[in-house]
Structures are given as C-alpha cells and as structure tokens.
Design a protein around this ligand. Structure first.
Ligand SMILES: [Ca+2]
Ligand SMILES: [Ca+2]
Length: 467
C-alpha cells in the first residue's frame, strides 16, 4: 500500500509553467487542467500575514504576526485595521497567529485569536475571544479562554478551527519540549478541543481534558470538510513534514515517531500507542502551513482537493484526496517561488482562493510590496445563478424554520444541494436523484443557512433557518 502511494506521488505533475504579464508584473496566470487561473495582489505592504478568514461581511479578516487584526476589502484591497494587540510578544516566529470567527456571527460577533505574550519573563501563548462592533469598527472586551500555554519563539502551532458541532479546535506546538507532546498533562504538542466559552466538551476523549489528539510537533494547518473529516498539516524536524487525517483520541507519534511507522523502534511504539500514520510526508522538508479544502465549480481541476500553503518551498500544493479521504492520490505544485513564503490560505464562497505571504524579516530580499494577500481566480467563470436561463429555476423548502430535517421540492431530478453557513462554509452537500430531497439537519447548530440547488438548467438559493 505504501509503495502504491509513493508511486502515485512520483507520477504527479510538478512545476507547471508560469506566464507573467508585461503590463502588470504582479499578474500571473497558470493552468489547472483546462482552466486558466489568474493570480494577482489584493493587498500589499502587510507584515507577515498569518491567517486569512472569509467573513460573513464578505471581507477578508486578516492577522499579521506583529499583532494587528484587520478587515480587507477583497474588491479594493483597502485595509481597515480593527485592533493592534497591546500585549503581544512578536519575536522569532511567535506573535499574533491563528484566528476564527463565530459561526453565528450576526448574533454572536465573536473573534477568537491565539497569540504569544510574556508573563514574568516567560513566553506564553493564549486563546482570547474579542467582541466585534460593526458600527464602531472595533474589537473590544477581551475574554481569555485558555492561557499559560508554554511557548518559545518557534513551535507554537496555533491554527484555529470551529467544527460543525460548534466546538473549537486549536493546534499547539511542542515548544521545543519534545516529551510534552506525549504527556496528557501538558497542553503542548496537541490538538485541543474546547467549547466556545472555554470549557472542556463533555465528549472529549479524556474526561476533563482539552486534549483531542496528541503527539504533534508543530501543526500549522487545520481544516474540516463538509462531511466532517478533519485534516492537519505539521512541520517535521529535518525530515518528515506531514499531512494527517485527524481522528479523535489518536496519537500522531511525535517525538517517538517521525512520519510513517517504518523504523523498528517506531513500529513497536505505533503498535502499542494507537498511532495514526500520516497520509503523506515530505523529506527533505517543505514547511507546510495553512490548509484549505477546495470543492467549487470555478476551478474544476481542484475539486475534492486540499490546498496547502507552503513556506520553505514557497508554493501552493494541491493534494487530491481519494473518495473516502484516507489517501492523497497526487501532489501538484503551483506558483513555486512566485510570491515567496505562503502561510495562509482560504477559499471564498465564490470559489476564489486567497493566499497570505510571510516574507518580511524572513527572507533576505522581500519584495517592495511584501507582505501580500494574493487572489487566485478563474476570471472566465460565470456562476450558474447568473446565467440567463436561471430565472426559471426555483425550488421549495419546508418547513422553514426547520428542526431536525427539511424537505426540498425540486423542479427536476439530479440536483446538487449545498448548505452553507453565514461564513460561506459548506456544512452539507448531497445530490437528489428525484424531485424530492430530505436534508438531515440534526448535526447543524441553530441559525441561518443558505441552501443552493445546482442543476443542468440553472441554480437557485434559499435561506433556511434551523431552530
Ligand atoms: Ca506524526
Ligand atoms: Ca518514520
């Protein structure tokens, strides 16, 4: 099986050619299958973009490592600062790192961030909730949810993700204290799971503990797919960078296992410690960071793939998943050494991909425009909802508001249904082979959603309220 996996990887395409426009050197196009994708700068003169989140206000929400949180207009590139943290310690690779917005942002306007700070001379890390005021354009009322996590200037993890069940995952690094990754008594070297008020979820694997998975070195990418699967990227030492499928309660090996369970001592450890091997590894290392999932018709060649922002190799990697999501069937490099070190990646509801660079202070000669937010888009794509024949396409949805399930009445069979939350994240997809479909809403949080129906004759969207 491992031989097959490596053979497939060796067959994957690498290093597609790039064409720079003479009129605008910052404009680059590259092919994804038969699609031409255009890359251009949205915003410039930033300082180490660590996180980019697509907000329910259709702005990009951005963290910079020195401590600033901003909203960025994706149409104009205007940067609207909300807050510069008063107590952040940006030294080495530390500072303001991950960020996520509350999924019911209209009624719970909370912004969750992770950053390094100093306490009694020691570098620490904390998770803090701020409250957003759209009227004032501010973030105020910091509420510490988790603090006193040991830190150094490297290995801080700190990617945040709110799961479909409404709990929060946070990656932590080993803080260069390797054995802590295997200790349930330490919050270092883990993926932690919290309720949004900072309490421990009752169904965590160890009662009273935030630990969701253990044995991590420095995971800086984290994503959940619409069907619930979770993946994470992780920096290895001088070998074995990893992408892992995250499964509750599993041990990801560090520091006893690097990459696969393939050395004699590793095999013994893996056999007795519930170790989950990575889906794929890189030796020499590439420095994998932000991770997103792409499944939008705008760029068909990327559908069903993870997109990985890569620092050291300075590229965007497409990792195509097999149908069950238990194997990566190809790895394809894009934009190699075009924009420098890539740390953050997010996908908008329109199928555009936004990348954040981490060049300033980290490479010898950053560009004058660094750091940047780059957008990747298929400029020829026309959403089905705006096609001329779309006006005739409509559907019924009832009951609405709904509780455990809703019925969708469609004009024709073979319709793809997509349910998105107000952050534009896909929470449910299914295909209806008949003109009546049932949406199972039992796993969704109460709130407002958009149901999109895509068929051969057009598409339509309706609002659905789940109680
Ligand atoms: Ca591992
Ligand atoms: Ca190994």
């Amino acid at each position: 099986m491992k031989f097959l996996r490596h053979t497939l990887l060796a067959l994957s395409t690498l290093g597609l050619p790039l064409v720079a426009s003479a009129q605008n050197p910052a404009l680059t196009t590259f092919p994804v299958g038969t699609t031409t994708v255009t890359a251009s700068a949205v915003a410039t003169n930033l300082n180490v973009v660590w996180e980019i989140v697509w907000g329910p206000d259709n702005f990009l929400w951005v963290t910079e490592r020195f401590g600033r949180i901003s909203r960025v207009n994706p149409a104009t590139g205007q940067v609207l600062p909300l807050l510069t943290l008063p107590d952040v310690t940006p030294v080495g690779e530390s500072g303001l790192l991950g960020m996520v917005l509350h999924p019911q942002f209209a009624t719970s306007p909370y912004v969750y961030i992770v950053y390094n700070y100093t306490n009694a001379g020691d570098l620490k890390e904390k998770l803090v909730r701020y409250t957003y005021s759209a009227a004032a354009g501010t973030l105020t009322a910091p509420l510490v949810l988790l603090d006193e996590i040991d830190a150094t200037t490297t290995h801080s993890g700190s990617r945040l993700l709110i799961l479909a069940d409404g709990t929060l995952l946070m990656t932590t690094g080993d803080a260069q204290q390797r054995p802590r990754a295997q200790s349930l008594a330490s919050t270092n070297g883990k993926i932690l799971r919290l309720n949004l008020d900072g309490t421990v979820p009752a169904d965590n694997p160890v009662a009273g503990s935030y630990v969701y998975t253990l044995g991590h070195r420095n995971p800086q990418g984290l994503v959940q797919l619409p069907d619930g699967r979770i993946y994470s990227s992780e920096h290895g030492p001088n070998n074995d960078d990893e992408v892992n499928k995250i499964e509750v309660g599993r041990n990801y090996g560090w520091p006893d296992v690097e990459g696969y369970c393939n050395l004699p001592a590793e095999t013994a450890f893996c056999a007795t410690n519930n170790v989950r091997e990575p889906l794929t590894t890189w030796t020499p290392t590439i420095a994998p960071a932000g991770l997103a999932y792409y499944d939008h018709p705008a760029i068909p060649g990327w559908r069903g793939s993870l997109l990985l922002a890569v620092l050291k190799e300075r590229s965007l990697l497409q990792l195509a998943l097999d149908a069950p999501g238990t194997a990566i069937i190809s790895r394809t490099d894009f934009l190699a050494r075009t924009f420098g070190r890539l740390r953050a990646v997010c996908v908008s509801p329109q199928g555009k991909v936004y990348l954040g660079t981490s060049n300033r202070g980290q490479i010898a000669s950053p560009a004058a425009t660094d750091d940047q937010i780059i957008v990747l888009e298929n400029r020829a794509y026309i959403p089905t909802a705006t096609r001329t024949n779309a006006a005739a396409f409509t559907f019924d949805l009832f009951p609405n508001p709904a509780r455990r399930q809703a019925t969708v009445q469609l004009p024709v069979p073979n319709i793809r249904l997509t349910v998105r939350d107000l952050l534009g994240r896909t929470v449910l997809t299914q295909r209806s082979s008949t003109t009546t479909a049932t949406l199972n809403l039992a796993t969704l949080q109460a709130g407002s959603y958009l149901v999109q129906a895509d068929g051969p004759s057009g598409s339509a969207v309706r609002k659905l309220v789940v109680e």
